[in-house]
Design a binder for this molecule. Sequence first.
Ligand code: NAP
Length: 399
Amino acid sequence: MQAITRQLGHRSLKPSPAISYLKSIYPLSHHYYGADHPRYASTLTTKGVGHLVRKGTGGRSSVSGIISAVFGATGFLGRYLVQRLAKMGSQVLVPFRGSEDSHRHLKLMGDLGQIVPMKYNPRDENSIKAVMAKANVVINLIGREYETRNYSFEEVNHSMAEQLAVIAKEHGGIMRFIHVSCLGASPSSPSRMLRAKAAAEEAIMQELPEATIMRPAVMIGTEDRVLNNWAHFAKNYSFLPLIGDGSTKIQPVYVVDVASGIVAALKDDGTSMGKVYELGGPEVFTVHQLADLMYDTIREYPHFVKVPVPIAKAIAMPREILLKKVPFPLPTPVIFNLDLINALTQDTVVSPDALTFDTLGIVPHKLKGYPIEFLLSYRKGGPQYGSTVSEKVSPDAYP
Ligand SMILES: NC(=O)c1ccc[n+]([C@@H]2O[C@H](COP(=O)([O-])OP(=O)(O)OC[C@H]3O[C@@H](n4cnc5c(N)ncnc54)[C@H](OP(=O)(O)O)[C@@H]3O)[C@@H](O)[C@H]2O)c1
């Protein structure tokens, strides 16, 4: 009905002389902005959050009617998701627990008053309720791939998610609940984090059967913690440890695609409610191949040291043993993270019968190209210096 009204409204508008002129000189172009452009043809959902107040053309300064509380917005995926939400005129409530600087970069992504940082404490239920009070959409990105002295895997990846679902249910006005889990989440996973993620999914689905769950594969992008960590290590130590023989299969995905997937689910007509999506990139890599791609992009010769899994675990173990025993925080594990080593003992790829980007109408980017261009900053002598592994050019060749 809405579509018919929209079409009728669209047809009744007569193209202005300017538009007709443009059409006469650029007959194949579709980009005529003006009277004959379907300005109010918002793609916003009609069932999920459809009846909300909407104004404007759907850009940054319009009003989408979505007021989203994005828990975990201060992280890697958070910055891309907040940008997408703000860009379509949604208000974004940004709960933060750390310093005032943790959300500073997000403020610029929306118009004045669109991005609302709110101090909260994940262990204080009332502060969570205060964040959710005005929201009609809740998105949970909270998660961590290592334990700290204060927070266990189970608390961050499971209890916090469950708590958000319980509060969202009590709230009564939350129309969409989107939870970001992790590809490979399973109660039988060798990784504690992935087991906790699976428990969170189950708890959320019990509380809110209409929640949407996104399981992204390992995410790649400017602030990622895979290629950046590898490149740092390779630059500092001139080699890269490969856990096992590097033959584990993974399906890395561009972080921006994951943010697009979440927004697509939010904007649909409610079909994604109660569903689980597995978001992997278009290509499956072995860890070795991905590391090769990193070396290729930073223009260094690949030097790998293969570390057998038991030895890698032995290197990672002291942190786990000492974590709760010493009275000071221990360094964040980068390459030798026991839980990640356990996770890497299994392939983590999108299952054949899963709902994927395809269902959401998104074509994920290939990694080679723009998604990994940030690695240029690791090139010795600047982005233009050096050569790729396949075509070596000596520095003398430069004027
Ligand atoms: N990065 C990946 O490759 C990847 C792959 C698959 C799935 N995922 C999942 O996707 C989600 C987002 O990933 P991401 O890479 O954006 O994560 P991230 O950069 O580590 O950010 C995680 C967010 O969770 C918050 N958080 C962590 N521990 C918390 C705690 N104890 N209490 C309250 N908040 C806490 C962080 O807040 P602070 O800024 O205050 O620490 C941050 O906002 C996570 O659930 C992650 O498990 C990530």
